[in-house]
Design a protein around this ligand. Structure first.
Ligand code: ADE
Length: 258
């Protein structure tokens, strides 16, 4: 799959692509990323990309025309029609990162990470926002990281890329890791259980701290039950909404919770 990213700050995204386990997805070609510096598509000596809002008010608004030019160049580069005919099905979705978008969840990530998904054109907004006419004409979906305002969409784009990359086959060292992740409805949509590693006793700030004995028992059945109980406990404490969802879907039953 291929992601094209329209951004004023490609240097914020670039270093991320060559570090950590997800590097394998980008270097190995499972996920292709192309960065498109928006200023390359702007006019004039100053290569202006923003202007004051009509109607007044603080801040600047990203202009429709440079975004539109860049967006068309991407579509042509991907072998698509420069402009999609009105009413035609979405070939490659254009996604704007914005606090007004759908919250980024495992379900959203899974949609973009699917083996037959085409990737997307990702638009990183900056300043007070993007001219609504570009959104109306070219954007298919909006994604938000949460109920807070970032100074730009780049961090959100990296969040989506990271989450998509780690779901690609062969990217995580142990294929089971992605399946055990918190929020994965293929498991139960619950939070992950606590993890421990060596040493068996850690000399922490409040004295020696051990590991739950069951994890040292070598008894796989008991370890699995303990982990499941811990997932339920962690979710009940931190995210009762997720537990309610899991009950409603029948993946957590009253017997599980006894
Ligand atoms: N851009 C500004 N705020 C954002 C948010 N909360 N999520 C995604 N993109 C954003």
């Amino acid at each position: 799959m291929r992601f094209d990213i329209i951004t004023l700050f490609p240097e914020l995204i670039e270093p991320y692509l060559s570090a950590g386990v997800t590097r394998r997805a980008f270097a190995g070609g499972a996920v292709t990323v192309r960065l498109w510096p928006l200023r390359d598509h702007a006019d004039g000596h100053y290569r202006r990309v923003d202007d004051r809002p009509f109607g007044g008010g603080p801040g600047m608004v990203m202009m429709a025309e440079p975004l539109y030019r860049c967006w068309r160049a991407i579509r042509v580069d991907r072998g698509l029609d420069a402009v999609r005919a009105p009413g035609a099905p979405v070939d490659v979705p254009t996604v704007l990162f914005s606090p007004a978008g759908e919250r980024l969840t495992h379900a959203v990530v899974a949609r973009y990470a699917a083996a037959d998904a085409p990737g997307a054109i990702l638009v990183c907004g900056r300043y007070e926002g993007v001219d609504q006419r570009f959104i109306d004409a070219c954007v298919d979906a909006q994604i938000s990281l949460g109920d807070f305002v970032l100074s730009g969409g780049e961090i959100a784009a990296v969040a989506l890329l990271d989450a998509v990359a780690r779901l690609q086959p062969g990217v995580l060292g142990d294929a089971a890791s992605a399946e055990q992740d918190s929020f994965n409805p293929a498991v139960d949509g619950l939070l992950d259980c606590p993890h421990y590693t060596r040493p068996e006793v850690w000399e922490g700030p409040h004295g020696p701290a051990g590991v739950p004995p069951v994890l040292l028992s070598g008894h796989h059945g008991q370890i699995a039950s303990w982990r499941r109980a811990q997932r339920l406990l962690a979710t009940a404490r931190a995210r009762p909404d997720l537990l309610a969802e899991a009950r409603a879907r029948g993946v957590v039953t009253p017997a599980d919770e006894r």
